[in-house]
Design a protein around this ligand. Structure first.
Ligand code: BTN
Length: 327
């Protein structure tokens, strides 16, 4: 707690200095205690410049996720929200599900430096090394109808686009239903999972894997051509802790809007802005079935609207999209 407050003071003063005495007075602790906390932070990868006449200045910070550094950069505090940063976990989605089942009060989030069994859609593995990328899951107890889950993911998708567009100079897109893409290359994937009870969603887990700081050379070769990271697009490392703090703010706000059904107008506007499939000729694979058609958009429940060559339009709830080159 004290370390979060110290970091907040140093970040607020950046690139300037703060005196140890001023921090101690503000926090109501002794100067020795401030010094001790700063030594602990040094051991965790922080660098501080110290000058007797001026005090301290933040000179370097860890590149990996750090709980106090995230906490100190949260703009809005949401009552009851907590989060955990783990070194390693099988899957942050699974960890959230376990903690929900064990009674941890929601909303909460779990972040991990690496996952040993990161999962994507269709049970595929999600490459999850400790390479400066983001593995995040948010847990909620929403009491909403299960059919609203698809729109929830789409709404979160545009929310993530709004966030990442603040960190890179290129416009992101959402590829229905769960990919965050840049010019056809995947930068992130979402996995929403729920426990349904008596026709209501009781436990909802929203998982996000985002390629933040990995470089092309770090991907397995089959992924290399299809994946891209934010740092590659930005041409410089992206501050993972600042991004995570901003993500928390946006996801919690988006969730509240969704739960209160206040998202409709904004969703329509943002979906038009970020949808990369509208007007494209695609193939939708549903198990072994293949359907071709032109994408018209999404309907009220988040189904993909596809017009076939006979002019018939149908909505599809699931499937994997491949964009055709024509059109
Ligand atoms: C996809 O594109 O198929 C979805 C990928 C979702 C990956 C994230 S990483 C954090 C969370 N934990 C998981 O095991 N999966 C999601």
């Amino acid at each position: 707690m004290t370390e979060t407050l110290i970091l907040r003071e140093l970040l607020a003063a950046e690139p300037g200095w703060v005196s140890g005495g001023a921090i101690a007075t503000k926090l109501g602790v002794s100067r020795v205690s401030v010094w001790h906390q700063m030594e602990k932070l040094r051991a965790q990868g922080f660098e501080f410049e110290a000058q007797p006449a001026r005090g301290y200045r933040l000179a370097g910070r860890p590149r990996m996720l750090h709980a106090a550094l995230i906490e100190s950069q949260l703009k809005i505090r949401r009552k009851g929200f907590t989060f955990t940063v783990m070194e390693e976990v099988d899957s942050t989605n699974d960890e959230c599900a376990r903690q929900l089942a064990a009674g941890r009060s929601a909303p909460f989030a779990v972040f991990a430096l690496r996952q040993t069994k990161g999962r994507g859609r269709f049970g595929r593995a999600w490459h999850s090394e400790a390479n400066g990328n983001l593995y995040a899951s948010f847990a909620f107890r929403p009491r909403i109808a299960p059919e609203r889950m698809q729109t929830f993911t789409l709404w979160m998708g545009v929310t993530i686009c709004e966030l990442v567009s603040r960190f890179v100079p290129v416009t992101p897109g959402v590829k229905w239903p769960n990919d965050i893409v840049f010019d056809g290359r995947k930068a992130g994937g979402m996995l929403t999972e729920a426990r349904v009870d008596a026709d209501q969603i009781r436990d909802l887990v929203f998982g996000l894997g985002l390629n933040v700081n990995s470089s092309a050379g770090q991907w397995p070769s089959d992924l290399g051509r299809r994946a891209v990271s934010l740092s590659e697009l930005a041409g410089a490392p992206v501050d993972l802790n600042r991004l995570t703090a901003a993500l928390i703010g946006r996801v919690l706000l988006a969730y509240e809007r969704f739960a209160e059904r206040e998202h409709f107008d904004q969703f329509a506007e943002l979906w038009n802005k970020y949808d990369v499939l509208r007007g494209r000729e695609i193939t939708l694979a549903e198990g072994s079935r293949r359907r071709r058609g032109k994408v018209l958009g999404v309907d009220d429940v988040g189904s993909l609207l596809l017009r076939d060559d006979h002019g018939r339009t149908r909505g599809f709830r699931a499937g994997e999209v491949t964009v055709e080159n024509r059109g």
